[in-house]
Design a protein around this ligand. Structure first.
Ligand code: FES
Length: 167
């Protein structure tokens, strides 16, 4: 089913709010991602057609923003910044050790489907590396000055379902 059919009221509301069609690309992508946590090629093509954009323009927006995804992932996405300032504070080493502890490579998901580890560009916390943002659907939390041990404790809490209960 197309986005226009599945979310007809919301699509109408977005178009009302953004009379210049191309300006609606971000909320349309957000809508397209809602159900499965990523945007399919068909979804991007439909958005491109609706907004009179080239599909490569839509795909490049998805590729640029860390909160949009074009592939399925685990329940949580652990997005470690390893851009240069963070790399200078040990982000690459941290990422390697984290992956080793989890038994995955960057971009892979733990066998239990819980966590996908991703490397991303600057998340605006350059002086607090190693750091990552943790995404679960549209919920995002930031974890700064991290160690591998603290990260593994966090993952254990995710597994146990106890993460975030104190908030
Ligand atoms: S370079 Fe990593 S947060 Fe800026």
């Amino acid at each position: 089913m197309s986005l226009a059919e599945k979310y007809s009221e919301e699509v109408k509301a977005i178009f009302t709010k953004y009379p210049v069609k191309r300006s609606a690309v971000m909320p349309m992508l957000y809508l397209a991602q809602r159900e499965n946590g990523f945007i399919t090629k068909e979804g991007m093509a439909e958005i491109a057609t609706m907004l009179e954009l080239d599909v490569t323009e839509v795909a490049s927006i998805v590729g640029f923003y860390t909160l949009y995804h074009d592939e399925k992932a685990g329940k949580y996405r652990m997005q470690v910044c390893n851009d240069l300032p963070c790399a200078l504070r040990g982000a690459d080493k941290f990422l390697d050790a984290l992956c080793q502890n989890l038994g995955v490579k960057v971009g892979e998901t733990t066998p239990d489907g819980l966590v996908t580890v991703e490397a991303v560009m600057c998340l605006a916390a350059c002086d607090k590396a190693p750091m990552f943002q943790l995404q679960e659907g549209d919920k995002v939390t930031y974890h700064e000055n991290m160690t591998v041990d603290r990260s593994m404790e966090l993952i254990a809490a995710l597994k146990a379902g106890s993460f975030g209960q104190e908030r």
